[in-house]
Design a protein around this ligand. Structure first.
Ligand code: ADP
Ligand code: MG
Length: 617
């Protein structure tokens, strides 16, 4: 076994030694790897000179696997063993399986980690394993091109990726033997590629139209940090839909009512070629077995206009969510192959009232931004003035009594971050506490996403509210969360690394955000109701405990008045009307106060027993 080498002191990190680091855009359709050489970021090609690696893996019966172009070519002939669009499944749970079943041709089986796994000739493959195969291919490409071992990579993820999806991405990198410097959100990477982090403070829009998905992100640059003001998107809108629109038109021209599967494939391929040609020409010649002819750009524009409109409606909604108008946007960055389409550029320019940034290849812009970050993070630019920071996309919090969520770290907090908050017990003698970690903007547990639960035990019995439980939320630079809870008098501690139950998708995330905007008022009322309920329950709890000990201090009439009031509040608690509960509670409060006063007199001033309390009426 080889011995590990240790350098002489002071020589190990020679100042000009360049460390190999890459940025990786792990895309739904295509993936890329980029690096900074001689101060310039560029993407790396394979031996055939191709930069884009189709995000497709094919598993063969002989135990080998193919990644990329060749695998993509086999997708129709060997669909079950050829995995495409795996990114849509990263960090997803079995709960999503039904929906996914209709969207994908694959057979799924639950894996041990609780994610769906693809059933292939090589056995079950989880989305993490498939992604790892894509990452390993890019790692090899980089090491071959750059001639050395990679010190680290920055991998991009969509802005709306939640903890589970980020963790799955990180797991895939680990499996591929790729040290992750950090995960970076795709729109932030695109903004960095254009150097917007070095420019004026303000709000930028990142318009990302790829093969199958559309994403819009509004980022605000403030003190060198990009905050995500809003995200929006459509998980089923992209260049593939442009292809479909052309294919449908072709079917009409060729009078093909029910094309066979092979005719369908030919139609889609011809459509895609024509579409891409129309980016540079005003007319594309299409040559099908059943039909030959021209597709004019004007005709193409008519076919896709409704799809472009759909994307712009999403932009409008995102602006509204962030309470902005298009005039507030400083720069618009174009990302994704489909933003090459002239009509898309034209409509985006019209919508935002400015020319979008398109000078960097929209396929490569995310990988290039990631490479620039990787170069800084690995230490190649010791004088780089500022490290670009990221923020958490959705607030993190804990469940408190009554199903309320107490936010511990609000969304858009810069990471890494540590926040400490103290909580206490609800009941006398409580010895354990259930810690429920949630993510989302809403006030009620049921409206947020459950990330993890654990129990802190060994709390010494004390009266309610006396125990001090210190809860620490820590989010590392990749947005991964760990939570610990410590009982302060004993030091008893429990903690959890949040590897959440899988199952939230991008629509859910944007829905959670949108709902939080829309239901702020309803939430405020719901919160008030819950708070009223908790206060009432606490009051009942306290009075009942007191009665168990000191009911003898009350005469019969006093006792029945008190019990009557308790009963009223108990019944009122079944109501969902806050004012009804409040009224019952306020009726009980003076009785309770008087009883408490009498108990105090009894306990502290025994000598004064028998003293008539005027409050008791
Ligand atoms: P993803 O983000 O989903 O991985 P990409 O950003 O790689 O996707 O974009 C792929 C889409 O871009 C495909 O639909 C492809 O046809 C389209 N595309 C690529 N080049 C062009 C072009 N020159 N003109 C129009 N569309 C293009
Ligand atoms: Mg993309």
């Amino acid at each position: 076994m080889a011995l590990l080498q240790i350098a002489e002191p002071g020589q190990s990190q020679a100042p000009h030694q360049h460390r190999l680091a890459v940025g990786i855009d792990l895309g739904t359709t295509n993936s890329l790897v980029a690096t900074v050489r001689s101060g310039l970021a560029s993407t790396l090609a394979n031996e055939q000179g191709q930069h884009l690696l189709p995000s497709v893996v094919r598993y063969l019966a002989d135990g080998s696997k193919i990644v990329g172009e060749q695998a993509k070519a086999a997708a129709t002939e060997d669909p079950h063993n050829t995995i495409i669009s795996v990114k849509r499944l990263m960090g997803r749970g079995l709960a999503d399986q039904k929906r996914l079943g209709s969207e994908f041709v694959y057979q799924f089986r639950p894996s041990q980690e609780g994610m769906p796994a693809f059933v292939t000739v090589q056995g079950d493959k989880t989305p993490v394993e498939v992604s790892a195969d894509i990452l390993a291919t890019l790692k090899q490409r980089a090491e071959r091109t750059l001639g050395g071992d990679l010190k680290g990579a920055v991998i991009t993820v969509p802005a709306y990726f939640d903890e589970a999806q980020r963790q799955a991405t990180r797991d895939a990198a680990n499996l591929a033997g790729l040290p992750v410097l950090r995960l970076l959100s795709e729109p932030t990477a695109a903004a960095v590629a254009y150097g917007l982090d070095q420019g004026a403070e303000g709000i930028h829009a990142i318009f990302d139209l790829g093969g199958g998905t559309f994403d819009i992100s509004l980022l605000r640059l403030h003190k060198g940090v990009f905050e995500v003001l809003a995200t929006g998107g459509d998980a089923a809108l992209g260049g593939d839909d442009f292809d479909r629109a052309i294919a449908l038109w072709l079917m009409q021209q060729a009078q093909l009512a029910e094309p066979s599967p092979s005719q369908q494939r030919a139609l889609m391929m011809a459509a895609c070629q024509a579409k891409e040609a129309l980016t540079h020409q005003s007319c594309a010649y299409i040559d099908l077995a059943e039909w030959q002819g021209d597709l004019q750009r004007a005709q193409f524009n008519t076919l896709i206009a409704p799809l472009v409109e759909k994307a712009l409606r999403v932009c409008k909604r995102a602006l509204r969510d962030a309470q902005l108008t298009s005039r507030d946007i400083l720069e618009v960055v174009m990302v994704g192959g489909s933003t090459r389409v002239p009509l898309v550029r034209e409509k985006v320019a019209e919508f935002f009232g400015r020319q979008p940034l398109t000078s960097i290849d929209p396929d490569r812009v995310v990988a290039i931004g990631a490479a620039i970050q990787a170069d800084i993070l690995v230490g190649n630019k010791p004088d780089a003035d500022m490290l670009l920071l990221d923020v958490i996309p959705l607030s993190l919090g804990l469940e408190t009594m009554g199903g309320l969520v107490e936010k511990v770290i609000p969304r858009n907090t810069v990471i890494p971050v540590t926040r400490v908050q103290e909580f206490t017990t609800f009941k006398d003698g409580q010895t354990a506490m259930s810690i429920h970690v949630l993510q989302g903007e809403r006030e009620l547990v049921q409206d947020c996403r459950s990330l993890a639960r654990f129990t802190l035990t060994g709390i010494p019995p004390m009266v309610a509210g006396a125990a001090r439980i210190r809860v620490v939320f820590q989010v590392d630079a990749d947005g991964l969360l760990s939570v610990s809870a410590t009982e302060m008098s004993t030091g008893q501690k429990s903690e959890i690394m949040v590897k959440p139950s899988y199952g939230l998708n991008e629509q859910d995330i944007s829905r959670l955000l949108t709902e939080s905007y829309q239901s702020a008022e309803a939430d405020k009322q719901a919160r008030a109701l819950h708070e009223e309920k908790i206060e009432s329950q606490q009051l009942l709890e306290a009075i009942r405990a007191a009665l168990r000990e000191d009911a003898k201090l009350l005469c019969e009439g006093e006792l029945s008045t008190l019990q009557e009031a308790i009963k009223h509040l108990d019944i009122a608690l079944g109501s969902s009307q806050r004012h009804i509960i409040e009224k019952a509670r306020l009726a009980l409060v003076p009785l309770s106060d008087a009883f408490a006063a009498r108990r105090m007199n009894q306990h502290i001033h025994e000598a004064l027993s028998g003293h008539k309390l005027s409050e008791w009426e």
